[in-house]
Design a protein around this ligand. Structure first.
Ligand SMILES: *Cc1c(COP(=O)(O)O)cnc(C)c1O
Length: 226
């Protein structure tokens, strides 16, 4: 199966999303819950992008799960990093009688940096086990990581990506899962080619598609992006 490209549209306008959708892109990712809520309900996007598939790729707080699970074209939450959050998502899906299971990934903080969310690699197996065994409204889809941005490839493969591969191998052995059924979401603009070489099944690319982000500019028309 070909790897998936998730176009990361944070800070971009609705018309930017539509433009890229019209080129054939279907999977889009957003970091911030509020921005995802707004875009998923945007009139222009609703009208022009009927088959859009949203991924939440940023940190999710428990008090926002009810809003998130009701997003009509929500495809996947890639950032489950605690048993509490998994439970909250599961309960919320049950409450609204979500017809299909919600696909989730477990985010692993492979680089152990304080400013990145995600559980530790050693906790991931327990969390996946909890999702598989105790969260019937969730479908465990794979592992996600950001990893260090500044890895020097002349020193070898990015150890954070290697750690994610290793974590998948271990959890599949322990939980008796098939590695082919456990996706790896890793790789961004700077390192998606490298991530694909190592076996990533889903890359999250923003800048290389839309151009640089300008967080201070309220006009996110894309034309203004440098
Ligand atoms: C912003 C973001 C991306 C995309 O980053 P680019 O460098 O613009 O490709 C991917 N993943 C996450 C979690 C992000 O926050």
């Amino acid at each position: 199966i070909a790897p998936r490209l998730v176009a990361v549209s944070k800070t971009r306008s609705a018309s930017d999303v539509v433009k890229v959708y019209e080129l054939g892109q279907r999977h889009f990712g957003e970091n911030y819950v509020q921005e995802l809520l707004e875009k998923s309900q945007n009139k222009e996007i609703l009208e022009s992008c009927k088959e859009i598939r949203w991924h939440l790729i940023g940190h999710l707080q428990k008090n926002k799960v009810n809003k998130v699970v009701q997003i009509p074209n929500l495809y996947m939450v890639e950032t489950v990093d605690s048993v509490k959050l998994a439970n909250a998502l599961n309960a919320s899906c049950a409450n609204i009688n979500r017809p299909s299971k919600l696909k989730v990934m477990v985010q692993v903080n492979t680089s152990n940096e304080d400013n990145k969310s995600g559980c530790g690699a050693s906790q991931a197996i327990e969390l996946v086990s909890h999702i598989v065994n105790n969260c019937p409204k969730l479908e465990f889809a794979g592992l996600m990581t950001i990893g260090s941005f500044d890895h020097d490839l002349t020193l070898g493969p990015n150890p954070d990506f290697i750690l994610l591969l290793k974590t998948r191998k271990e959890l599949c052995e322990k939980l008796n899962l098939d590695e082919a059924d456990v996706e790896l979401s890793m790789g961004m603009s700077a390192d998606f080619e490298h991530a694909l070489e190592l076996g990533s099944t889903s890359v999250r690319v923003g800048t290389s598609i839309f151009g640089c982000r300008n967080y201070n500019d309220q006009d996110t028309s894309g034309e203004s992006a440098k």
